[in-house]
Design a protein. Structure first.
Length: 386
């Protein structure tokens, strides 16, 4: 009898705890809302992180991502599945800029308000002519390269009817066409996996729509999917880092590597044609590898020079962020890198760890701020915004 009483007490305590957690989740964390469907003229979007939204991320995410212990960050998406704190502004007078790219556009390891698209929006709204307003939509996804970004634009992005599209380039975008990466990180693969895992039974759908704790757990799990895929690739590709360095900086003229540069050039021409067909201006911005700042004698501006020629031939505005980040501060200020004087210095090392650094090669919040300021000035100088 005493055992049954203790068991009932445990059950009641557990139920009370869950009820309290559910009420708190509903009050402070859960923001249910409809997913904005694609425009009627666009193909029906029935797959992806957002089944019917304009972005590839799950809608209405609100979670802290602890993937990188040194720098957990707050991830929020709007009801369209874009990494924006605000909803889409329906006012047709608002200048709509669509930012697409990989983790450097998404803003890995920084909070929503610290990404370059968010900083760019803030900066432009300070500098614009009186009465003008801009909204910058962040459609960046970790692991995407130009092939994926074109697919996204055709599938969803063009339905947003942006006034300007900004494509963020990082130096691994050419290497990301490597077959081993395409098999794990391509948009088609990721969306197919998402579609397979998002088929919900009536019970699961009911829980998703009505139980905040269940919905938040699913949001947290979905928010990890792309980044976990990125983290899992490197150990499974033999000589991953060396192939990237050789292809991008050290042995770019090798015939097998030139193939990937040519693929990127072909994809870029396809992107230019696509946006020209819709009369949408295109801007390309290029983030440098942190090694280009720390070891410029080894890692020269080969990717930046390639892009300069590519954009010049196509008549596309191009902003090289290498001088911006190089002149804006030291590595510890502009990137998520940390210098440790106790580490041994190896002048022959081809990685920043040999130069005493540890951390991550993504920009810091300050690095993104520098990039956004330079980009705002560049857009105004090129009369891409009034």
């Amino acid at each position: 009898m005493r055992f049954l009483r203790s068991a009932w007490i445990m059950v009641l305590v557990t139920l009370g705890f869950l009820l309290t957690a559910e009420l708190l989740a509903r009050a402070f964390l859960w923001r249910p809302g409809p997913v904005i469907a694609a425009a009627p003229s666009a193909p029906a979007v029935v797959y992806g992180f957002s089944a019917g939204g304009y972005g590839d991320l799950q809608p209405n995410l609100r979670l802290v991502v602890p993937l990188y212990d040194i720098r957990p960050y707050y991830l929020q998406t709007n009801s369209a599945g874009l990494r924006n704190t605000e909803e889409l502004n329906p006012d047709e007078s608002v200048i709509r800029i669509l930012a697409v790219g990989d983790s450097f556009t998404f803003g890995a390891y920084v909070h929503n308000q610290e990404t370059w698209p968010s900083r760019l929006e803030d900066r432009l709204n300070v500098l614009l002519a009186p009465g003008a307003q801009v909204q910058v939509l962040n459609a960046g996804i970790p692991g995407y390269t130009l092939e994926d970004e074109i697919a996204y634009l055709r599938d969803k992005g063009l339905a947003l009817q942006p006034d300007v599209v900004i494509v963020g380039f990082y130096t691994n975008d050419i290497f990301d066409h490597y077959p081993a990466l395409r098999q794990r990180l391509s948009r088609a693969v990721i969306l197919a996996q998402a579609a397979a895992t998002q088929t919900a039974s009536p019970l699961r759908q009911f829980l998703q729509d009505n139980v905040a704790l269940y919905a938040l757990f699913n949001q947290w799990r979905a928010g990890q999917q792309v980044e976990q895929a990125v983290e899992q690739v490197a150990p499974q590709v033999e000589n991953f880092q060396q192939i990237y360095m050789d292809m991008t900086f050290l042995e770019t003229q090798r015939s097998e590597y030139q193939t990937y540069w040519q693929v990127y050039a072909g994809r870029f021409a396809e992107l230019v044609r696509l946006l020209q067909e819709h009369n949408i201006p295109l801007v390309l911005i290029a983030f440098p590898d942190v090694a280009q700042l720390g070891m410029p004698e080894v890692f020269g501006p080969i990717p930046q020079q390639f892009l300069a020629q590519l954009t010049s031939d196509a008549g596309i505005p191009y902003l090289d962020l290498l001088p911006v980040l190089r002149d804006g501060g030291d590595i510890e200020e502009t990137y998520l890198m940390y210098y440790d004087a106790r580490r041994s210095f190896d002048p022959n090392a081809l990685e920043m760890t040999g130069r005493g650094y540890s951390g991550d090669g993504h920009p810091s919040a300050f690095g993104y701020l520098l990039a956004a300021r330079a980009l705002a000035d560049f857009l105004l100088a090129n009369q891409l915004v009034p």
